[in-house]
Design a protein around this ligand. Structure first.
Ligand code: FAD
Length: 392
């Protein structure tokens, strides 16, 4: 390898920055370049759905500027710069900057894709109300949403998954009225058994949240200062603004253009190596040995392993049991989603006086996942120790 050429990381989300930090602990010399389409601010993305109730502004969530990160990491950080092409044979990237569309090329020794995910496309919705429909997957998105919330009261949330429920929890405690619509029959239905979902639903309803399950949005129209929506069963809801939290789609476009193998995400082996031996991927964009996970814990583990590999010690990542704390503070919840939901297992639910313990046990009696609410979350460590690792 030409050691005058940099290691280039595309993306300054938690994946890109965690990797750069871990790498600099091991190697202070190799040139490092990070490229981002945004302004490179370092922030904790999970706080976006848990900041209103604590009165935290978007500005307060920004913990370091790109300039400060560049100093800390002894790295060059190219902000507002989009990688538009990847020539694997020449090991070169094409860059376009926001300011006047200046184009440039950059050669790399090794390349890391930490390009994250985008909000999944919305299902078709009739009407002219889309301009009041917000989505939040970045600090800039959140800033737009928070600005639009000023002097408004009624929020319509589309999606009662993990992020939708966290926003419902946050908005209701900050004094908004909140109506939530979801096609599924209970909250976090893709992750939790019904008993745990209903338990969270009850706590949020006690605080004032109104749920509409089993329905989609048919029509969204603007009306004086707000929106009016019609659900598939004909129910109408009026609100001031709407927020859609309908899941994510990994950013695989650049990898596809470059002919790298992609599936749900950019396909890598356990060493985070793509189908090109000099290109690696981690975070929301990556499908690591079959696992495409949109959580912080897998990306921090990936960052540690990949830093070792890039510093000269090939190191596989090993995902153990990875429980996620759901920030529904009105009903604390921890979920460790089962890997093979459809694999002849079943939820075994125990009701406590003040919570739920649900264990997902497969046909051979092995614990494959769990969901805990209320006082049940005290069992997090015990169950984590018993639970099968994601990567056996
Ligand atoms: P991103 O943060 O999406 O970063 C992608 C980067 O790539 C950006 O810098 C972007 O500019 C850059 N980029 C992409 N394409 C290009 C290109 N072509 N050229 C240049 N730059 C490019 N996880 C948990 O574990 N617990 C939680 O409680 C939790 N809460 C969450 C709450 C919310 C509201 C959201 C949205 C997510 C939450 N998550 C949570 C998920 C977690 O935040 C993400 O898994 C994680 O932040 C993803 O980081 P990333 O670096 O992979 O991607």
């Amino acid at each position: 390898l030409d050691d005058t050429l940099p290691i280039v990381i595309i993306g300054t989300g938690l994946a890109g920055y965690h990797l750069a930090r871990e790498f600099r602990k091991l190697d202070q010399r190799t040139p490092l370049v990070l490229i981002t389409g945004d302004d490179g601010t370092f922030y904790s993305k999970p706080l976006l759905s848990a900041s209103l109730a604590h009165g935290k502004s978007p500005q307060q969530l920004a913990t370091a500027t790109a300039e400060e990160m560049a100093k800390e990491l002894n790295a060059e950080i190219l902000v507002h710069t989009h990688v538009t092409d990847l020539d694997r044979a020449a090991k070169r990237l094409s860059l376009v900057s926001d300011s006047g569309g200046i184009t440039a090329e950059l050669a790399y020794a090794r390349l890391v894709l930490a390009t994250g995910a985008n909000c999944a496309p919305l299902p078709p919705i009739e009407g002219d109300g889309q301009s009041r429909l917000f989505r939040v997957n970045s600090l800039a998105d959140y800033h737009r949403f928070r600005t639009a919330l000023a002097n408004r009261k009624r929020v319509l949330l589309i999606g009662a998954g993990l992020i939708g429920c966290e926003f419902a929890n946050d908005l209701i405690q900050a004094g908004f009225t909140v109506e939530v619509v979801d096609l599924q029959p209970w909250p976090l239905a893709n992750l939790l058994p019904e008993a745990a979902g209903r338990d969270i639903q009850a706590s949020l309803e006690n605080a004032g949240v109104r749920f509409h399950f089993g329905h989609s949005i048919r029509q969204l129209d603007r009306q004086a200062g707000g929106i009016r929506t019609q659900l598939s069963d004909g129910t109408t809801i009026e609100a001031d603004i709407a927020l859609a939290a309908l899941g994510l789609a990994p950013n695989t476009g650049l990898a596809e253009v470059a002919g790298l193998e992609t599936g749900r995400g950019i396909v890598t082996n356990r060493q985070l190596q793509t189908s090109d031996p000099d290109i690696f991927a981690l975070g929301d964009c990556a499908e690591v040995d079959g696992h495409n996970l949109f959580y912080v814990a897998p990306l921090t583990q990936s960052a540690r392993a990949l830093a070792q590999t890039l510093a000269g010690t090939p190191t596989p990542v090993e995902y153990g049991c990875l429980p996620v704390a759901v920030k529904t503070t009105l009903r604390p919840t921890v979920v460790c989603p089962p890997r093979n939901r459809h694999n002849s297992g079943d939820w075994k639910v125990t009701r406590l006086s003040d919570g739920i313990v649900a264990e997902y046990v497969d046909s051979s009696g092995q614990l494959q996942g769990f969901a805990l609410t209320g006082s049940g979350i005290a069992q997090r460590d015990t169950l984590s120790q018993r639970c099968q690792p994601l990567m056996a």
